[in-house]
Ligand binder design. Structure first.
Ligand SMILES: CC(C)(COP(=O)(O)OP(=O)(O)OC[C@H]1O[C@@H](n2cnc3c(N)ncnc32)[C@H](O)[C@@H]1OP(=O)(O)O)[C@@H](O)C(=O)NCCC(=O)NCCS
Length: 404
């Protein structure tokens, strides 16, 4: 078997590469769809794997910025990874990951991030689980708030044209407040957020857009679909919240009060919510939200030195990390972090860990204590786990509200 991995060289190859993952999600790629994909994932970021000349696998990388504590970092957003069922378990994914991480490194993007279809796939390539994320299935009958909400401002239904101009600044505010949020280009907003294709409706109605306004400013927005139905003469409909983002706690509360109160609804579905979302303390019966938590964003430090230097820290106390990185050996070694500076060092390390564990800690979502207790970090000097946590701590849990 002769295996070659390279970037797609034509739109035909690109369409074939995209169709590998599409077949797993039960869809097809036609010329129009490939054209649409090309607007957000360019040809030169789509790797394809060929066995004896036939395209059998693919892996793409969006180029965006990811919010990290204290700033934003260029990041490869890994997507469309798939290997044809006829060629599984022969090392095709490994070859794709090799080519993709080498290319990301060469492009100077210090981070790669992804959503994993299965948790067992990516750690071997240095990705670490960096955030928790979950879905709710709330019963409208049990969705009252613990304290009555004194309404301030208004919720206004808007059409897609108006939504297009109003919602992006709220997202920017979210990026400033939370790690784990990726920047959306105008094409992304158009094709992935505002667009409302029939085949995506899943039996529900069109996308509805509302904005939460206060003192003349848009402070939040929600996008949702309603699937009305009736059973035994009473409403049994579903509200599917596609995205609900508040730039502050009040806007978040106003939006969720609106969403939880919509008539002809029995259950409200929301997904990709972080475990510290304000909703859990707003409602009187958090148990009734039926929150189910799973893995969220996975982070790979492609260039440990640049990535560590790109975020801010809650403490300046120095800490020395001994990092193992079998897949990207340029990262392996001892790194001293202190006062915002990062440098290679020969001094004795405080902590020993794999690059995947460092990816877990990077956004501040998973603590070194948790990692140490799960045997993923070795404490070589007493007290250094606590010191590392005081340093890497972030203001809020990472939140990536969309699977890319
Ligand atoms: C997941 C997928 C890409 C793996 O491709 P592949 O070419 O079979 O993977 P490889 O042969 O290169 O395997 C690489 C390693 O990962 C392991 N592996 C691959 N898929 C795995 C899975 N689903 N669960 C556990 N381990 C897996 C292999 O056992 C192998 O381990 P090793 O390096 O220790 O020997 C492929 O099965 C696929 O396309 N699945 C459906 C689509 C999908 O889930 N894509 C990922 C989207 S995020």
């Amino acid at each position: 078997m002769e295996l070659e991995v390279r970037l797609c060289a034509s739109t035909d190859e690109y369409a074939a590469a995209s169709s590998v993952i599409e077949q797993y999600v039960g869809e097809e790629v036609d010329a129009e769809k490939a054209e649409r994909y090309l607007r957000i994932l360019p040809l030169e970021r789509m790797h394809a794997a060929f066995v004896d000349g036939s395209l059998v696998g693919a892996a793409g990388a969006h180029r965006f910025d990811l919010s990290v504590p204290g700033g934003r970092v260029p990041c490869a957003g890994i997507t469309a990874v798939g290997v044809q069922p006829t060629h599984r378990r022969r090392g095709v994914l490994r070859a794709l990951m090799r080519a993709q991480l080498d290319a990301t490194h060469a492009l100077g993007e210090p981070l790669a991030a992804l959503w994993a279809s299965e948790e067992t796939i990516y750690e071997r390539y240095g990705y670490g689980l960096a955030s928790w994320s979950g879905q709710i299935e709330a019963a409208r009958d049990h969705a009252q708030f613990a304290h009555p909400l004194e309404r301030r401002g208004t919720i206004r239904l808007v059409g897609p044209g108006e939504a297009r101009t109003l919602v992006a600044p709220v997202w920017e505010e979210l990026m400033a407040q939370r790690p784990g949020v990726f920047s959306r280009s105008p094409e992304w907003w158009e094709l992935r957020v505002i667009a409302d294709r029939h085949e995506r409706r899943g039996g529900a109605g069109p996308k509805r857009f509302v904005v939460a306004e206060r003192d003349g400013a848009v402070r939040g927005y929600a996008i949702y679909r309603h699937k009305p139905s009736w059973q035994h003469g009473v409403p049994a409909g579903e509200l599917r919240v596609w995205e609900a983002i508040g730039a502050d706690g009040r806007a978040t509360a106003e939006l969720w009060r609106y969403l939880l109160d919509l008539d002809w609804t029995a259950t409200i579905h929301g997904s990709l919510l972080p475990p510290d979302h304000p909703l859990f303390l707003l409602v009187a019966e958090p148990r009734r939200l039926r929150y189910r938590r799973g893995d969220g964003l996975w982070i790979r430090l492609v260039d440990v030195e640049t990535a560590l230097a790109a975020r801010t820290y809650a403490s300046d106390e120095p800490i020395v990390l001994e990092v193992a990185d079998a897949f990207c050996p340029w990262n392996a070694g001892r790194w001293r972090l202190g006062g915002g500076a990062v440098a290679r060092t020969d001094t004795e390390p405080d902590l020993r860990l794999d690059v995947a564990a460092l990816g877990s800690a990077y956004l501040g979502g998973i603590s070194f204590r948790e990692l140490a207790e799960a045997l993923r970090v070795e404490e070589l000097r007493p007290g250094s786990v606590e010191r590392a946590d005081a340093t890497f701590r972030a203001r809020a849990h990472p939140w990536c509200p969309e699977i890319f």
